[in-house]
Write a protein of this length. Structure first.
Length: 340
């Protein structure tokens, strides 16, 4: 069992090592922190921490560094989620508040989160497997060209420009728009795809070729919306921390390029909006990310679905700051998407 003072020693070892990347010794702990005991007593505490596999000696020096298990204890028991400063909160609101649509707000979110944490930032699109059709719009651009706009209740908007084989008049566009929204509005994506498969039957035979072209485009948009996906920013931050990886960082770069891998990892991290969860080091080994940590939180969209955002970086990261930043951005994103 580790004493309360032993846990405090672990806390300062984690904090000092994260700040300096230098192994932490008993002498530096006594000099930097007010424990009120001798260096010999701190050495005894460190020996107990080492017995518990919470710290380890990277080489023959007297300094120690946290293990994955030590980081886990720090996150679970010792991390102090310092609230963001007024300036940081203001920056979040100002930067994200300028967004014009869901794609823009999520792109801004990963850029902002990467800047706040100096890690790789990841944001998952709102779960489209549970999304429903909110509205379909048809916008004529020319006699044989129109734009199809597909909007879900999760806030996702997808638009395509389509060239059709024959001229399309305003009467047909109005009829199509009305029938599409009457048929698809409120349906899940799977049901919407099935409805579109027979949609052309409701029109006169001479209208079938042009209606079929428009329906085919919308069907592709529905299928595209069924794919869960991530966006990321700040991959270059890994290069700045290359020394924190025992070998090459290329396996890590390859792993984070696989969206399926990251989505599976996110899927295992069951969290509620407002909560923060961390997976540390070897807990991610099955995904090729055994030397990294992932800090995530959930956010909700106007459609009620929950998705995840977070940061990924080396196990030597500032967990307190990163967890606070992820939580704050997730909460603001939930408020923003919940009202638009």
């Amino acid at each position: 069992m580790v004493s309360d003072r032993g846990l405090e020693v672990l806390r300062v070892i984690v904090q000092d090592y994260v700040a300096s990347r230098e192994p932490v010794g008993s002498k530096s702990i006594v000099e930097r922190h007010s424990f009120g005991v001798s260096a010999a007593t701190i050495r005894n505490d460190m020996a107990l921490l080492e017995d518990e596999e919470l710290i380890t000696a990277p080489h023959t020096s007297s300094g120690r560094v946290p293990t994955d298990k030590g980081y886990r204890v720090f996150v679970d028991q010792l991390a102090d989620l310092r609230p963001l400063t007024v300036a940081q909160r203001g920056a979040i609101e100002a930067f994200l508040g300028q967004s014009v649509d869901l794609d823009d707000v999520l792109a801004r979110t990963v850029r902002l989160l990467s800047q706040l944490t100096h890690q790789v930032a990841l944001v998952q699109y709102p779960s489209l497997s549970t999304a429903r059709v909110r509205h379909v719009e048809l916008v004529p651009l020319a006699e044989t060209r129109l734009m199809t706009v597909f909007i879900t209740d999760s806030g996702h908007v997808e638009q395509r420009v389509l060239d059709v084989a024959s001229p399309i008049d305003d009467v047909l566009i109005g009829e199509l728009r009305a029938k599409l929204n009457a048929s698809l509005g409120g349906l899940g994506l799977q049901d919407a795809a099935a409805k579109l498969a027979t949609f052309v039957d409701g029109f006169a035979p001479e209208r079938h070729p042009v209606v079929q072209q428009i329906v085919a485009s919308l069907s592709e948009q529905v299928l595209a919306n069924k794919q869960d996906r991530l966006i990321m920013a700040g991959t270059a931050n890994l290069a700045r921390t290359e020394d924190d990886f025992s070998g090459s960082i290329f396996p890590v770069l390859e792993a984070i390029e696989e969206q399926v891998t990251l989505l599976r990892l996110f899927g295992e991290m069951e969290i509620q909006p407002g909560g923060v969860l961390a997976r540390i080091g070897r807990e991610n080994a099955g995904y090729g990310l055994g030397e990294t940590s992932v800090v995530t939180s959930g956010y909700s969209s106007s459609g009620g679905s929950v998705a995840r955002l977070g940061v990924l970086g080396p196990t030597r990261m500032d967990y307190s700051n990163n967890m606070a930043a992820v939580r704050a951005v997730a909460r603001y994103l939930s408020r923003l998407l919940g009202t638009e």
